[in-house]
Design a protein around this ligand. Sequence first.
Ligand code: ZN
Length: 333
Amino acid sequence: MSGLAGRPAATAWPGGILQVRVPLPFSLKWVNSYLLRDGRGYTLIDPGLHTPEAVEAWEGGMAAHGIGYPEIHTIILTHQHPDHYGLAGWFQARSGAPVLMSAESHAYAQRLWGADGGAAFADELTALYALHGMPPEVVATMRPHLDGFIAKVSPQPEVQYITAGQVFRMAETDWQSIDAPGHAGGQLCFYAPAKRWMLCGDQVLPTITPNISVVPGEDDRQLERFLASLWELAGYDVELAFPGHREPFERFGERAAELAAHHERRLANIADMLRESPGSAYSVCMRLFGERIAGDAHHMRFAMSETLAHVYHLEHRNVIAGRVRNGIVEYFA
Ligand SMILES: [Zn+2]
């Protein structure tokens, strides 16, 4: 039970939804996978990161619930992040099930873990961070950190593409897929109107805020897209939301509005900082996150890309502007 903070490995929800807590080697603790039962077997949502601990949890969980791998007839990925995508190929090999995800999500997975092993992506990411003031010794920690994920997403799945607007039959009810960008380009949420359930991936999380990252080669208006998506999702009538992390929750619309308010506060905070003293995105990142991320490449990447998402958004809103000095972008308000 290590890593799950005393919670059970799985929870059965009414209506044929089994929440499986798959352990993660990060401060996120676990990712929620969901098995949705119907007359043919199961649809598996977001199987988790490929680690020995996750495999052990799955083997124990499948046996405990009397589920055989061939009963999984469909695997759906809300998005491409490794903690959701990593075990998809492993499950496909055991079940023979098709793996469904959006083309945009898959393109990103290919750039990170495709034919070149993510080399071009790592070059672009490190160049971006250096341009925004990250010191060389910190930049140097990014490549090994990124390379460390390849084993955790292997073997990689054969994928079929799905799009927003398609309807999927899962747990004996219809689910509409909804484009939900910002946290991950191409992320899909799934809404069951007859049940008022929302499978929301990492777009709306209870008690923690989803990471919003600028990454090279993707739309650089991630925060703008995320905020627009939150307001759209807040309009759905939801009784129970099934998120990618933490626990299923009520108050979905209120939580979406809270997340939007959190980002507006952070935007104002950053604008104030830059009004007081101009600086690079890295300097803003350190002022925001400081000691909490020092020496940890994983946290540093999330914090730096999240800071860039906010800084770019302020720039698009014409609240701040940037100028390049000595090869580094300095922002001022
Ligand atoms: Zn994610």
